[in-house]
Design a protein around this ligand. Structure first.
Ligand code: SF4
Ligand code: SF4
Length: 493
C-alpha cells in the first residue's frame, strides 16, 4: 500500500465530518473546542466536588461511577466509532490556556525527553496505582487523581511551549494515540495537490498578524506580530501526516489552513500501521523503540487490567503473599506488574521474533520492533471488551446516582432515585465482548500477514505463523479472563 494513498494523495475523502451540514459548521467554528472543553471542565469540577463531598460508598458516588465506569466505556466506544474525541474536548488544557493568557512559556520541551518514555511510565503507573489504591472504590482518591492530573498538565504546559503534556506526558493521551490507530476517522489534508501549491503552511506554523503600528511605535516594546491562530502544537504537518498517532483532534489545523483543506476523513482502521513512511512529527514507526514498547504495554496492560478483576488473581496474590512472607500489596502488585508488563512481554516478543526472523537476514531487534505494532488492534479489542462490560452492565446506574447528587444540591424536580436501575444483563454483554476481542484479533492477524508479506515475500508464511500464534494465544487468554466472573467494580450495590 503506497503511503501516498494514506496521505490522501489524489483521493478527496468520501465522508468528511468537516463538510457535513451541521456538525461540519460546528467543527469549523473557532470556539468549538472551547465549548466542548468548558462542558467537560464543568463536569470535571462537579466530579471533584462529588468525590470530596459526596457519599463515600463508590457505587453511590457520581465521581467514581462516572469516571471508572461510564467515562472509560464512552472513551473506548468513541475511539471505536469516531476517533480521538476525548482529547478533542479534553478539559485539562483549560487551565493552561488561562495561564498562557497571563504569561507565554518561552522554553522548548527538552530534546532528550522527546520520546514516549515518560508517558509510557505514567500509563503503567496509572494502571498500578488504580489496583494498588483501589481508586475505583474511593471517591476521595478519585477526586484527588483528577486534581493531580490537572496540576501536572498545568505545570508542564505553563513552562514549555507547544503541547508537550499531550504529546509526551499524558498517559490517557498515549492510550488514545495507540487506540486511535484503529479508529475509522483521521484528520488529514483533504487534497494533497492544494497543499503542494500552498505557500503559507499555516497548518503547522500558525497564522500571525502584524501588531498595530501604534503598539509598535509606543514607548513600551511590544511584539511586532501576534499569533491569531496557532498551528499544530503536536508538530504534525498535514501534507506528511499519516494516521492518528499523536493527533489530539484539536482541529487547530482546521482553523489555521487558509485553503479550507483539512478533513476529518473516513479511512480503513489500522491501515496506517501497515505502512512505514516518514511521518510528520513522528518519523518512521519502525525506528521508534518507544512507540513499539508503548504498543506492547498497551496490549499486555489490557490483559493485566482484566486479570486484576477476576478470581484467579486473588488466589495468585495469596500464594505470592505466603511465599514471600509479606502482606504488602505494593510489593505483591509491584512484582505482578513487573512480570506481566516487562518479563512476560519481553519473553513472548523475543521468542516470537526469533522464530519468525531466524531464517532471514533482518535484525531481530528491528523485526521485533516493527511487528510489535501488530498487537495494537488486539490490545484495543481487549480494552473495548473489558471497559464495555462495566459500561453496559452498569449503564443506567448513572441515573439514580445523578438524581441523588442533584437532590443533595436541592434540585428536587428530578424525583426520588430509581435505585433498581442497572444495565444490560451479563449474558447479553458476553457476545459483545467476544465480538470486540474477535475484531481486534482479525485486525492483528491481518496486520501481521500484511507485514510478513511485505518483509518476507514468498516466505511470508514462516514469519507470519509465530506472530499468529502469539496473537491467538493472547486473544485466547483475553477470552478466558473475560469469561471469569468479573468484579462489578463501582456498580454493585
Ligand atoms: S495550510 Fe492547508 S493547504 Fe497549506 S499545507 Fe497546511 S493543510 Fe495544506
Ligand atoms: S492541529 Fe495537529 S493535533 Fe490538532 S487535529 Fe490538526 S493534526 Fe491533529
Amino acid at each position: 500500500m503506497p503511503a501516498s494513498r494514506l496521505q490522501g494523495l489524489g483521493s478527496v475523502p468520501r465522508l468528511d465530518w468537516i463538510r457535513l451540514p451541521l456538525i461540519g459548521r460546528f467543527l469549523r467554528w473557532r470556539r468549538a473546542r472551547l465549548v466542548l472543553q468548558c462542558g467537560m471542565g464543568l463536569l470535571a469540577a462537579l466530579l471533584v466536588f462529588e468525590g470530596l463531598a459526596g457519599p463515600q460508598l463508590a457505587p453511590k458516588n457520581l465521581s467514581t461511577l462516572a469516571v471508572w465506569v461510564h467515562w472509560r466505556g464512552a472513551l473506548v466506544l468513541g475511539l471505536l466509532v469516531l476517533g480521538n474525541v476525548f482529547c478533542m474536548g479534553c478539559p485539562l488544557l483549560l487551565p493552561r490556556e488561562l495561564a498562557r493568557k497571563i504569561r507565554q512559556p518561552v522554553r522548548n520541551w527538552p530534546r532528550l525527553l522527546r520520546k514516549k518514555w515518560i508517558g509510557l511510565g505514567l500509563f503503567a503507573g496509572v494502571l498500578f496505582v488504580y489496583e494498588w489504591l483501589d481508586l475505583w472504590a474511593s471517591p476521595t482518591a478519585t477526586a484527588w487523581a483528577i486534581l493531580i492530573y490537572f496540576g501536572v498538565a498545568l505545570f508542564v504546559d505553563a513552562f514549555f511551549r507547544g503541547a508537550p503534556f499531550c504529546k509526551w506526558v499524558c498517559p490517557v493521551g498515549q492510550f488514545n494515540f495507540v487506540a486511535s490507530t484503529f479508529s475509522p476517522f483521521e484528520v488529514r489534508a483533504r487534497d494533497q495537490a492544494v497543499c503542494g501549491g500552498c505557500t503559507t503552511k499555516d497548518c503547522i506554523k500558525g497564522r500571525v498578524e502584524a501588531a498595530p503600528a501604534k503598539a509598535i511605535a509606543s514607548a513600551v516594546p511590544a511584539p511586532a506580530e501576534t499569533v491569531v491562530q496557532r498551528g499544530c502544537e503536536l508538530g504534525l504537518f498535514l501534507p506528511s501526516k499519516v494516521g492518528n498517532l499523536d493527533c489530539t483532534f484539536c482541529l487547530d489545523c482546521v482553523q489555521a489552513c487558509p485553503e479550507d483543506n483539512v478533513a476529518i476523513a473516513l479511512r480503513v482502521p489500522a491501515e496506517e500501521l501497515k505502512v512505514d513512511p516518514v511521518r510528520s512529527g513522528i518519523g518512521r514507526i519502525s525506528k521508534r523503540n518507544d512507540l513499539a514498547v508503548l504498543t506492547i504495554v498497551f496490549a499486555f496492560g489490557a490483559l493485566l487490567n482484566a486479570f486484576g478483576m477476576v478470581g484467579p488473581v486473588y488466589a495468585l496474590q495469596r500464594s505470592m503473599a505466603a511465599f514471600l512472607g509479606t502482606q504488602s500489596d505494593f510489593i505483591i502488585l509491584g512484582i505482578l506488574f513487573f512480570v506481566c508488563l516487562v518479563i512476560l512481554p519481553a519473553l513472548c516478543i523475543g521468542l516470537t521474533a526469533w522464530l519468525a526472523a531466524r531464517h532471514s537476514t533482518s535484525s531481530l531487534w528491528a523485526h521485533a520492533r516493527r511487528f510489535s505494532f501488530t498487537l495494537a488492534p488486539l490490545g484495543f479489542g481487549v480494552w473495548l471488551a473489558h471497559y464495555c462490560f462495566h459500561f453496559l452492565t452498569g449503564l443506567w446506574t448513572i441515573v439514580p446516582v445523578t438524581q441523588a447528587a442533584l437532590l443533595r444540591y436541592g434540585i428536587e424536580w428530578v424525583g426520588r432515585p430509581s435505585w433498581g436501575l442497572g444495565g444490560l444483563h451479563e449474558a447479553w454483554v458476553w457476545p459483545i465482548e467476544i465480538g470486540f476481542v474477535g475484531l481486534g484479533l482479525v485486525g492483528s492477524l491481518g496486520l501481521a500477514w500484511s507485514l510478513s508479506e511485505r518483509d518476507f515475500g514468498r516466505t511470508a508464511a514462516k514469519a507470519f505463523l509465530p506472530w499468529a500464534g502469539l496473537i491467538l494465544a493472547l486473544a485466547g487468554t483475553a477470552l478466558w479472563l473475560l469469561a471469569q466472573p468479573m468484579e462489578m467494580r463501582g456498580t454493585f450495590l
